[in-house]
Design a binder for this molecule. Structure first.
Ligand code: HEC
Length: 242
């Protein structure tokens, strides 16, 4: 039986090294964030500038009119509402009413404040708008809001700006989910409801980091299993010795 000892020990170490290598590999894999669907070259120069300053994330340049399936999910419903109601003031990629958005989206009507249209002397059925329309997407946006509940409340109670209270509660929840998902702060497949809103923080960890953490967890638990299997083979080889 003594002859078995080196054999078992070698086998145990090999097994441990093999498991460690596999886990190191899978850990590294999980840490890689998935590549964005669009690249820097796809963006307009203005938007490239915003991105370089870290003001926005890499999101498509134009928000096309969404085409909804027969049974739209929450994100799709939110996207459609955003497109129909919020886009004019908050921009086609959530940038706010920037000069660039007025120039690309409004054509001849780009001077919203001069054309009487939305100035203090607006027509009887019109309304005045402030000069600043805050961005909703991007790292610096929504800085005073802490979670989905607060985002929902502001949308439900005070938006759209010219007709607060016009949205149903469900529409405001859908919009909250759509914006949080577009910000990378709500993974696909999670349905927001009025009851779970407070559980979803804004400005938290980006989704990629959560994946990286998962890689770390797999790595650590794998290392423990490898250690345990090494100790176990050592022990059993000792048994053979006796
Ligand atoms: C007519 C222009 C207009 C429209 C349309 C509009 N908003 Fe706003 N929105 C504003 C303005 C102006 C503010 C800033 C209000 C303030 O500071 O008091 C604002 C603020 C916000 C904020 C708070 C931002 C922050 O940083 O605190 C959110 C969220 C928001 N809007 C979401 C929406 C959503 C969602 C819609 C579509 C349902 C919408 N808005 C439609 C003009 C608009």
């Amino acid at each position: 039986m003594k002859n078995m000892k080196p054999f078992l020990r070698a086998q145990g170490s090999l097994l441990a090294i093999f498991i460690i290598l596999i886990l190191l590999f899978s850990g590294c894999q999980a840490e890689q964030p998935s590549p964005p669907a669009i690249s820097m070259q796809d963006l307009s120069p203005v938007k490239q500038g915003y991105l370089q300053q870290g003001l926005i994330e890499l999101v498509p340049d134009d928000l096309p009119a969404p085409i909804l399936p027969d049974q739209p999910g929450q994100l799709e419903r939110g996207q459609l509402k955003y497109y129909q109601v919020c886009l004019a003031c908050h921009g086609n990629w959530g940038q706010g009413l920037t000069d660039e958005w007025r120039a690309t989206g409004f054509g001849d009507d780009m001077n919203c404040w001069q054309s009487k249209c939305h100035a203090p002397n607006h027509p009887p059925h019109g309304f005045e708008i402030p000069k600043e329309m805050p961005p909703l997407l991007g790292i610096t946006a929504l800085s005073t809001l802490a979670n989905a509940e607060q985002l929902y409340q502001i949308i439900y109670q005070s938006m759209p700006w010219w007709d607060p209270g016009a949205l149903t509660s469900q529409e405001a929840v859908d919009l909250t989910a759509y914006l949080m998902n577009a910000r990378g702060e709500l993974p696909d497949g999670i349905e927001l409801t009025k009851d779970n809103l407070a559980a979803f923080p804004l400005h938290g960890q980006p989704v990629e980091l959560v994946n990286a953490n998962l890689g770390g967890i797999i790595l650590i638990s794998g290392l423990s299993i490898a250690m345990a299997s090494y100790i176990w083979t050592k022990k059993s080889s000792k048994k053979f010795e006796q």
